[in-house]
Design a protein around this ligand. Structure first.
Ligand code: GTP
Ligand code: MG
Length: 362
């Protein structure tokens, strides 16, 4: 089949999913009897309930009188082992004044620190190549991207990929040229690579990209990096709706041993309270507990606060936006609609694998 189709100029690959149309075409050519259990019936359209909820937030955001400044959400990105987590660890160690009491530090993938009275929320992302989705999500969720590039390694594949995510999300990029304490570090060469591979021209070379040479391990110049982040954030005037319903972005979801299904999230708008009804895609819940990045239970969480949300009925998708809704009934109604829409999509999109067709020929 692959060969025949290739001759006709259509490329099929082993393992490829075929849509209904193509599967039918193949079945016809090779005289295979396939029972497609998909009926293309006419169904009344269901309006996506999330569209209406999003509209509320968009409308509120249009009127800046409703809004307050919120701390920036900054995502640390870069190639594997270039020092993202080390940088965040250093910042946390030196900037988290409050001693962690009453709780084991919860790793929620996001942290808030305070610099001269100003807060910054950081999201860490993994550099490994399989985590493309997480990096894309990180870039979407963020106000500023700090691109960490090791000065002894230069611009590498996941540096480029991270850069592309930041660019398509239209987010300002600050480059942290890391590991300058290493004997084989070469800042100049790294800057050259920024220019040649990413077309990012450093400010000191006449361009407009802020680059800060740092050592995440020794802490050298990290203060300058933080100042730059605050500077860029200030120019952006990042705002949030101070009260009312909540919109939060998910960093990750997981089944916690003690807490059950949880979502690590950052509040974007509104204030989330213990007891609120929430939805995340097709999953609903009632907030049983909120745990902050210091492992402490809190009663409420406002804009830019990283928080672990406990109380979902099942594990939500890691890419779903979390909203608070006024009642359990409302939460049910919305999530049931989303389920129905998803099931319809699945029915419509039921694909066949080439291998499935071959089996029917045997
Ligand atoms: P992934 O999360 O796996 O993508 O890696 P990462 O970017 O978070 O790197 P990580 O912080 O885990 O650091 C990788 C290694 O580089 C560790 O052994 C760090 O100690 C080391 N490292 C990070 N920053 C520096 C630095 O400024 N100087 C030196 N000498 N080593 C560093
Ligand atoms: Mg890391």
């Amino acid at each position: 089949i692959i060969q025949d189709f290739f001759m006709k100029g259509e490329i099929l690959k082993p393992g490829q999913s075929l849509n209904l149309q193509l599967a039918k075409k193949i079945a016809k050519i090779y005289e295979i009897k396939i029972s497609f259990d998909i009926e293309e019936t006419e169904e009344e359209a269901i309006e996506n309930p999330l569209a209406e909820i999003e509209k509320y937030f968009e409308t509120k955001h249009k009127d800046s009188q409703n809004l307050v400044l919120r701390p920036p959400i900054v995502t640390i990105m870069g190639h594997v082992d270039h020092g993202k987590t080390t940088l965040l660890d250093y910042i946390r160690r030196t900037r988290v004044v409050e001693k962690e009491e009453g709780g084991i530090t919860q790793s929620i993938g996001a942290y808030q620190v305070e610099i001269n009275g100003k807060k910054i929320t950081f999201i860490d992302t993994p550099g490994h190549e399989v985590f493309t989705e997480m990096r894309a999500r990180g870039a979407q969720a963020t106000d500023i991207v700090v691109l960490v590039v090791a000065a002894d390694d230069g611009v590498m594949p996941q540096t480029i990929e991270a850069y592309n995510h930041a660019k398509s999300a239209n987010v300002p990029i600050i480059v942290a040229i890391n590991k300058i304490d290493k004997p084989n570090a070469n800042v100049e060469l790294t800057k050259q690579a920024l220019v040649s591979k990413l077309s990012l021209i450093p400010e000191d070379w006449g361009g407009d990209t802020i680059t800060v040479p740092i050592s995440a391990k020794k802490g050298e110049n990290v203060d300058t990096l933080l100042e730059m982040i605050l500077l860029v954030a200030e120019m952006q005037e990042i705002k949030a709706i101070p009260d009312g319903p909540v919109r939060a972005i998910t960093i990750e979801t997981k089944l916690d041993r003690g807490y059950g299904p949880v979502a690590n999230a950052i509040i974007k708008d509104g204030i989330l309270h213990v007891g609120d009804y929430i939805i995340a895609g097709k999953v609903l819940g009632k907030v049983k507990a909120l745990v902050n990045d210091k492992g402490k239970r809190i009663k409420e969480a406002g804009p830019a606060t990283p928080v672990m949300i406990v109380g979902f009925e099942e594990l939500p998708d890691s890419h779903s936006v979390i909203y608070s809704v006024e009642s359990l009934n409302k939460a049910r109604e919305i999530t049931e609609k989303i389920r129905e829409i998803e099931q319809r999509e699945l029915r419509k999109k039921r694909h066949m694998k080439l291998e499935e067709i071959l089996k029917m020929m045997e």
